[in-house]
Ligand binder design. Structure first.
Ligand code: ATR
Length: 280
């Protein structure tokens, strides 16, 4: 490999300094013995198209896309994969040999990959699933759960109109909507509760629903990872329920991105997790 061949990828966001992706990919690059780079790229709103158009000329292999650009990038791409269309968001852009740009979404696979690894007993078709929230993270989780084969999925959101819009966009008869006050009813017999809201995040109010109505073998998944154990997960653990935290989703979504950028396999394993935890 010559110096010119050293692969470079990065992450665009605004702000982007807080992103754990550079630390994640640096760890995997070093472990794979790849002499490459993964850099944070601060791209202000309104500059996404110009930034992406420059990727081929800069010789980048691609970029991950984080807040607030996951929707804005669509218009700047040559191709978008079906999963990204369904998720309504692109989190990974790759530069093809001919310089064209393809967008995909690895959050969907990351969400499910982490769930399967952290709670192997969970069965998609055993009981209904409940998602709290109706933003971009909720949509990625919903696409993942529908693809996994859930028989029923209830989306509960403070602003019920947003949950209805999400259900409409998903266009799947298995999806139902409930208002925030309907949460207890939605949890009755549910086998999976997923929090995609910001509640429970450091500096935000906690999320403390009564978990008693959940099925005895239910799994509680919080995509918040600061703190790693949210009040919701602590309450679930206290009830003896299986819990899934948000850090693993970040790691799992990175695996296909690393493959696309650097042509090598990365493992979402304990060493990777420990490396990220040291930075939290
Ligand atoms: P993302 O794209 O990361 O999912 P988002 O689109 O800002 O982020 O969505 C945040 C979610 O957290 C929304 O479902 C939001 O509810 P609303 O649609 O009613 O705004 C939810 N959320 C944020 N703060 C909340 C609060 N205090 N109580 C209940 N839900 C809250």
């Amino acid at each position: 490999m010559t110096a010119a061949d050293r692969p470079v990828a990065g992450v665009i966001g605004w702000p982007v300094a807080h992103s754990l992706s550079p630390r994640l990919h640096r760890f995997w690059l070093d472990r794979a013995g790849i002499d490459g780079f993964y850099v944070p790229l601060p791209v202000a709103p309104g500059h996404v198209a110009a930034a992406l158009a420059g990727l081929p000329a800069l010789g980048l292999r691609g970029v991950n896309v984080t807040v607030p650009h996951k929707q804005a990038v669509f218009d700047a791409l040559d191709r978008v994969t079906p999963v990204a269309r369904r998720a309504g968001a692109v989190n990974t852009v790759t530069v093809a040999e001919d310089g064209t740009l393809e967008g995909t979404n690895t959050d969907v696979a990351g969400f499910l990959g982490h769930l399967r690894q952290a709670a192997p007993v969970w069965r998609a078709d055993a009981a209904p699933a409940v998602i709290l929230g109706a933003g971009g993270a909720a949509r990625a989780a919903a696409v993942a759960l529908l693809d996994a084969g859930v028989a029923r999925l209830v989306v509960v959101n403070r602003t019920v109109a947003r949950a209805e819009a999400l259900a409409l966009a998903l266009g799947d008869p298995r999806v139902a909507v409930a208002p925030w006050e309907g949460l207890a009813g939605a949890l009755d017999g549910a086998g999976l509760l997923v929090n995609t809201t910001s509640l429970g995040m450091a500096g935000q109010p906690p999320l403390t629903p009564d978990l008693a109505p959940l099925a005895a073998d239910a799994v509680v998944y919080d995509i918040v990872y600061v703190p790693l154990e949210t009040p919701l997960l602590a309450a679930a653990r206290a009830r003896g329920l299986a819990t899934v935290d948000g850090l693993g989703m970040l790691i799992h979504q990175g695996v296909p991105a690393f493959r696309a950028f650097f042509g090598a396999e990365a493992a979402a394993d304990a060493a990777t997790r420990a490396h990220l935890l040291a930075a939290l």
